[in-house]
Design a binder for this molecule. Structure first.
Ligand code: TXA
Ligand code: MG
Length: 335
């Protein structure tokens, strides 16, 4: 058994720290790594014990598949078979970057990585430290987001430390994540390509490359954890309401004795009732995506039991932002 209790080091992602990270992966340890989307909790994708320890650290059910991170697009031939032309087109357009391709798996992708599915999720991440770690390690890194199962994904090294200290050997600090939301997952394993999880690469951009049918599916598979109704959630209850209701609902909840946080864009808020905390979100979907998870964590840090939020317009990156907000607000008993 790989030990569950570990001494956690947090180091800036320098060359020597990356070399240390590669050595830890080689001996079956766990390394949290920065990616352009969110921080990942990495393990050697070919080491059963290491991947099982990673699942245990997250508190994640063993039948959930995990994304395999690669240093370069060519390596998908090692991990997948029957690779359609669309995969190479998408890889050329968006890798390294915030996109995961689901493809029929090769024998190299074990059940312990795919959760027993006959497909595997593959991604070449865009963060230079993630790529440097992959190159120094020489193999593939299985990495889910570096949070406890169901919780908000981490977008800074401190978020990872707060959540997984004692469960991971090394956290590489590569600064705040630039995209801030998880990768777009595209299923190329059956039928027409379909987006399983909206993310950093918008459906319009995917459709422009494919020049063909692009469906939506996925929210139905119970094994896709990002598709559970409640996910990406802070401890606080999240309520989604319209802009015009914000102040009234905040006053009502505060009147009932709740500590309330309001997540709002500048200009959304009039006068807030006493005791209600405003968490100001930046304007523009790219900025909002980058800061959304930190804002959800802030709700808990402020000790608020309820957060009120509004949905952005659901076009472009707004689709992924709205998806994550809905899941943060999803019914908890379904998890
Ligand atoms: O941006 C990201 O994708 C981040 C960074 C670290 O790369 N990773 C991430 O991993 O979000 P995770 O495990 O938190 O979410 C991965 C999602 C899960 O919902 C999982 O079920 C789905 O990908 N997934 C992985 N392999 C799959 C497969 N073969 N078929 C369908 N869904 C799959
Ligand atoms: Mg996750």
């Amino acid at each position: 058994m790989v030990p569950l209790s570990r001494t956690t080091q947090l180091l800036p992602a320098t060359d020597s720290a990356i070399a240390a990270g590669a050595a830890i992966l080689r001996r079956g340890g766990l390394v949290a790594l920065p990616t352009e989307t969110v921080y990942g909790l990495g393990a050697d994708a070919e080491n059963v014990a290491a991947v099982q320890a990673m699942f245990a650290a997250k508190g994640r059910p063993a039948d959930h598949p995990v994304i395999v991170h690669l240093a370069a697009a060519e390596q998908i031939s090692l991990w997948a078979r029957d690779i359609p032309a669309a995969a190479w087109q998408l890889a050329a357009a968006f890798w390294p970057g915030p996109m995961t391709l689901v493809l029929p798996r090769s024998p190299k992708a074990g059940d312990f990585v795919t959760g027993g599915l006959d497909t595997v999720g593959l991604r070449v991440p865009g963060h230079p430290a993630a790529l440097a770690l992959l190159r120094a390690f020489g193999g593939a890194i299985a990495a889910p987001s570096a949070n406890r199962f169901g919780h908000v994904s981490p977008t800074t090294a401190e978020h990872v430390r707060d959540e997984l200290s004692g469960f991971v050997d090394l956290i590489l600090d590569g600064g705040p994540c630039q995209v801030g939301l998880e990768s777009t997952i595209i299923d190329l394993s059956r039928g027409d390509p379909a987006i399983l999880r909206p993310g950093g690469i918008t459906a319009d951009k995917v459709a422009a490359v494919l020049r063909g049918a692009l469906g939506q599916r996925g929210a139905h598979s119970p094994r896709v954890s990002g598709s559970l109704e409640s996910h990406y959630a802070p401890r606080a209850t999240v309520e989604l309401i319209t802009r015009s209701e914000l102040a009234i609902r905040a006053a009502q909840l505060a009147g009932q004795g709740h500590r309330v946080a309001v997540l709002a864009r500048p200009g959304d808020l009039g006068e807030l009732p006493a005791g209600v905390q405003a968490i100001i979100l930046p304007a523009g979907d790219e900025n909002l995506a980058r800061e959304l998870y930190a804002a959800l964590r802030r709700v808990d840090e402020l000790g608020c039991g309820v957060a009120l939020a509004t949905l952005p317009a659901e076009t472009g990156l707004g689709v992924a932002i709205a998806d994550r907000l809905r899941r943060a607000a999803g019914p908890r008993e379904s998890v």
